[in-house]
Design a protein around this ligand. Structure first.
Ligand SMILES: [Zn+2]
Length: 81
């Protein structure tokens, strides 16, 4: 086993981070669609994207902070919590 095994909490934090990225991608797509559709005043997306970006940074920080404090990214399958 060379792969790194994360603890359950790290997995959940990574999932949460992934979801915020997906939300961001979706917002960018919607903004693109509205621009293509002739709606040049897309400032409402700017706010949404800004908020989604902040959530993404928070989720990323929470995940990295967990790895740093828990150290689970450097352990492989040990059952310490
Ligand atoms: Zn952990």
């Amino acid at each position: 086993m060379t792969s790194v095994i994360f603890c359950q909490e790290a997995k959940e934090l990574l999932d949460a981070f992934g979801q915020t990225v997906q939300v961001l991608i979706k917002l960018h797509e919607e903004q693109f669609q509205s621009v293509v559709g002739g709606e040049l005043d897309s400032t409402r997306f700017d706010d949404l994207i800004h908020m989604a970006n902040e959530r993404k940074h928070e989720a990323k920080y929470a995940y990295l902070h967990h790895l740093e404090t828990h150290g689970c990214s450097t352990y492989d399958g040990s059952n310490q919590k």
